[in-house]
Design a protein around this ligand. Structure first.
Ligand code: DON
Length: 309
């Protein structure tokens, strides 16, 4: 059997046996209902093969993993002028923190913390109604995954909207500085719906493949972003993709990665693979506990870390 398939099967077996699976996110009630026993992993390769193990075909809420795709989309629309609104430094703070925003005059540290992603959603909204902007994001992700069945879980979107006071605070605060320019409820509508996109590991691994292949999606033979831009998006994922757990993720896994509170992680081994892993239980920082452990084992056993063996 293929060595990679064997490693994925071993990792899924180890995950199934794990006792401490972390805690599912509770601050979004719809996510609190998800069964923490689940685990899936999928690896998309430049030759078009997608290998998987566990619950890789079960859809989950991608949450903040969507921020990689909205950043890619917004960079395509605006180019580097995006960086006048959002920084690209690690925050060293929780994903929903507000403290730095005041000290840094409403300019979020990076596009992956909530404030930064809300600012990016504001940019995507320019010239559109919220439902058009949401449609554009979903179409972009379907195009990347080469799969028209990717959809929004409206129950998750409604759940986040009903419990979105923290994000609303961030958005209002940024609007007072001009980082957010549209009506806050419109911007949050876009942001909550992008977070509520449901995908499975197979789809997510395919959607990230352009980042492993110098900006080109080998499944559709389309150049999604330039090679240079793909390299830079990977750099931001490495430094900022796991919030105040980014250093630990780089230390343990050694790949650019982006996590979400639904328990998904997209990790990129440049030139080699796009990996999606999902397990709903989170560590105290809000990153998938078994997902991070699985990626640590995968990079170790396949020697895929960007820092070598
Ligand atoms: O805005 C929120 O809080 C969620 N929709 C997304 C947060 C998230 O996924 C953080 N990731 N670990």
């Amino acid at each position: 059997m293929d060595r990679l398939q064997q490693v994925l099967d071993e990792i899924a077996e180890e995950a199934a046996a794990a006792d401490d699976r972390g805690q599912v996110a509770h601050y979004i009630p719809e996510l609190a209902k998800v069964d923490p026993q689940q685990f899936g992993i999928a690896v998309a390769l430049p030759d078009g093969r997608v290998l998987s193990a566990g619950d890789a075909a079960t859809a989950f809420s991608i949450q903040s993993v969507s921020k990689v795709f909205t950043l890619s989309l917004a960079l395509g629309k605006l180019g580097d002028s995006l960086w006048s609104r959002v920084g690209r430094e690690p925050s060293g703070n929780p994903f929903n923190s507000i403290v730095q925003l005041e000290q840094e005059k409403g300019r979020p540290r990076n596009p992956f913390i909530n404030a930064g992603a809300i600012a990016v959603a504001d940019l995507i909204l320019s010239g559109h109604e919220p439902r058009e902007a949401i449609g554009e994001i979903v179409r972009f992700i379907r195009y990347l995954a080469d799969d028209d069945t990717v959809r929004i879980d409206e129950r998750v979107a409604a759940s986040e909207t009903a419990h979105g006071d923290r994000n609303a605070s961030l958005a209002h605060f940024m609007r007072s500085f001009g980082t957010v320019t549209h009506a806050v409820d419109h911007v949050l509508g876009v942001y909550f719906h992008q977070c509520a996109i449901a995908m499975n590991c197979l789809q997510l691994a395919r959607a990230g493949l352009f980042l492993a292949c110098q900006g080109r999606n080998p499944l559709t033979a389309s150049q999604v972003v330039t090679a240079h831009r793909a390299r830079r998006i990977n750099a931001i994922m490495l430094m900022c993709g796991h919030y105040d757990g980014s250093g630990e993720f780089a230390y343990r896994v050694g790949l650019p990665g982006k996590s979400g509170v639904g328990g998904g992680i997209l990790a990129i081994a440049p030139g080699t693979a796009s990996i999606a892993v999902w397990s709903p239980g989170l560590d105290p920082v809000g990153n998938s506990k078994l997902g991070s452990a699985a990626l640590e084992q995968l990079t170790k056993r396949m020697e895929w870390s960007v820092f070598g063996a």
